[in-house]
Design a protein around this ligand. Structure first.
Ligand code: DX5
Ligand code: ZN
Length: 223
């Protein structure tokens, strides 16, 4: 069954510990934390101190999405802060094999993130090394954007590739995902749905997680 990864980028920052606690109670699987450096993407967000604070507030895995240049420089401090999953962008490093190996050597799950216009075949020489793949369904930088439809066939192509190679690599998808389009993403092969505004800006966020979980259950049964 697919997993729910609420992105705290859309949470109320004055009550962030409470937010991760109630999403955990409501049935979330993973906490997604968006790190932006103002260079790789034109926005700034959090540092490792926030991840360390969240580590004390939840027992769920913490998934750090590094939207930064020179990601390798930041990996150790996020690992020390308590990150379980760390993804770096393929567009942000010239030393992919070294950087993915580094994340794994530190004991974290290593993910590779691809922007919407980045073709999946660029992962040809690295795919076997990956613990998960993050396909962006918006151009990264902000929460609350609309999903780019051309990213859907990319998910199914990647799923076929993974299955064809008899690999077991979850596909995480991120950006513009709501209750109303989650069915398309899951049908195309998404395993982990990152949802920011789709959860935190909904009228009743806790009930929304329950509704999403029930829908995932239903989709599992019909597939
Ligand atoms: C976008 C981030 C996302 C963001 C998603 O750059 O990587 O994780 O929080 O937010 P929504 O779900 O609102 O598009
Ligand atoms: Zn993200």
């Amino acid at each position: 069954m697919a997993q729910i990864a609420p992105s705290i980028l859309s949470a109320d920052f004055t009550r962030i510990a409470e937010a991760v606690q109630w999403v955990e109670q409501a049935g979330a699987d993973i906490i997604h934390v968006d790190i932006m450096d103002g260079h790789f993407v034109p926005n700034l967000t959090f540092g490792p101190q926030l991840v360390a604070a969240l580590r004390n507030a939840t027992s769920l895995p913490i998934d750090v999405h590094l939207m930064v240049e020179n990601p390798r420089d930041f990996v150790p401090s996020f690992q020390e802060a308590g990150a379980d999953w760390i993804s770096i962008h393929i567009e942000a490093t010239a030393h992919l094999h070294k950087d993915i190996t580094h994340i794994k050597e530190l004991g974290c799950k290593a993910g590779l993130a691809l922007n919407p216009a980045t073709p999946i075949h660029l992962m040809n020489e690295i795919i076997r090394e990956l613990d998960f793949i993050l396909l962006m369904t918006v151009n990264p930088g902000w929460g609350g954007q609309k999903l780019i439809p051309s990213t859907l066939p990319k998910i199914s192509q990647l799923k076929s590739w993974i299955r064809g190679q008899k690999l077991d690599i979850p596909i995480e998808v991120d950006g513009g995902i709501k209750f109303d389009n989650m069915q398309d993403l899951i049908r195309n092969g998404a395993d982990v749905l990152v949802m920011g505004s789709g959860i935190f800006k909904s009228p009743d966020p806790k009930a929304e997680i329950v509704r999403i979980r029930q829908e995932m259950d239903r989709l599992k049964d019909v597939s």
